[in-house]
Design a binder for this molecule. Structure first.
Ligand SMILES: [Zn+2]
Length: 247
């Protein structure tokens, strides 16, 4: 294949831009913010689960407290009723009197026990409320960190995208001038050879595979016409001569 030396040099420019575009795509996919957001999102999901559990426990405990307070009220009302009957003097039968007094005593004991239950439930409720409040704060704080990381990620992506657009436009402009058959060959080799289709011959070394040409190969390159498209004998990439080729 033949191509004007200037077009071969242009191919190196296309290659440099393609390499740049590959690096930018890699950078875009591997921003540290991606991992950071993923990690924070996992933390956030876990904290939200804990918060929901704490809130559920809090409302269960609130119901438990209401129930315990109602139990106390019931006993208190009954004791008040009994006391009124006793004070009214309506009960005169000694046996009935004794039974009424003994009920008042046992109701007082029962009320004391139930009030202890109320206190115990209130303590549990207070502790779960504290836990829920602490978890709410942590959810908010981690949520803010997620927002911050997303903001940084979006800014970084926007910057990279702008650079990709610039480099892509430049690549297309230069590639449009390179002869089609040379560009096709370049694309084919590039796809096969890890993104590098054209390499500079620099100080007798192929910059694609980094191998130095042997003397026979150097002589072949020297003998070749300037518009002949050369290939590296080792990596088969398009080998482009420049004033720095050391020929
Ligand atoms: Zn090579």
């Amino acid at each position: 294949m033949n191509a004007a030396p200037a077009d071969q040099i242009r191919l190196l420019d296309v290659q440099a831009l393609d390499t740049r575009l590959t690096q930018l795509a890699y950078k875009r996919n591997n921003l540290p913010e991606h991992e950071e957001i993923q990690r924070l999102d996992a933390d956030l999901a876990q904290l939200r689960d804990l918060l929901v559990a704490a809130q559920t426990e809090e409302s269960d405990t609130a119901r438990e407290q209401t129930k315990a307070e109602q139990d106390v009220d019931q006993v208190r009302q009954r004791a008040t009723r009994d006391q009124k009957r006793l004070d009214s003097g309506a009960v005169t039968n000694p046996k009935d009197l004794e039974s009424l007094q003994s009920e008042i005593v046992s109701l007082a004991k029962r009320q004391g026990d139930l009030e202890d239950v109320v206190l115990e439930v209130m303590e549990r409720r207070e502790s779960v409320q504290e836990r829920a409040a602490e978890l709410t704060e942590r959810v908010e704080s981690v949520g803010a960190r997620v927002q911050d990381a997303m903001g940084r990620r979006d800014a970084a992506v926007a910057e990279i995208d702008a650079e990709i657009t610039r480099a892509g436009a430049e690549r297309d402009t230069i590639a449009a001038v390179v002869p089609d058959d040379l560009l096709k060959l370049y694309d084919k080799i590039r796809a096969r050879e890890g993104g590098v289709g054209a390499a500079k011959l620099y100080q007798r070394r192929c910059e694609g595979c980094r191998l130095e040409l042997n003397i026979t190969e150097v002589n072949d390159v020297r003998a070749a016409a300037p518009d002949e498209v050369l290939r590296c004998e080792n990596c088969r990439r398009i080998l482009v001569r420049t004033p720095e080729s050391g020929l």
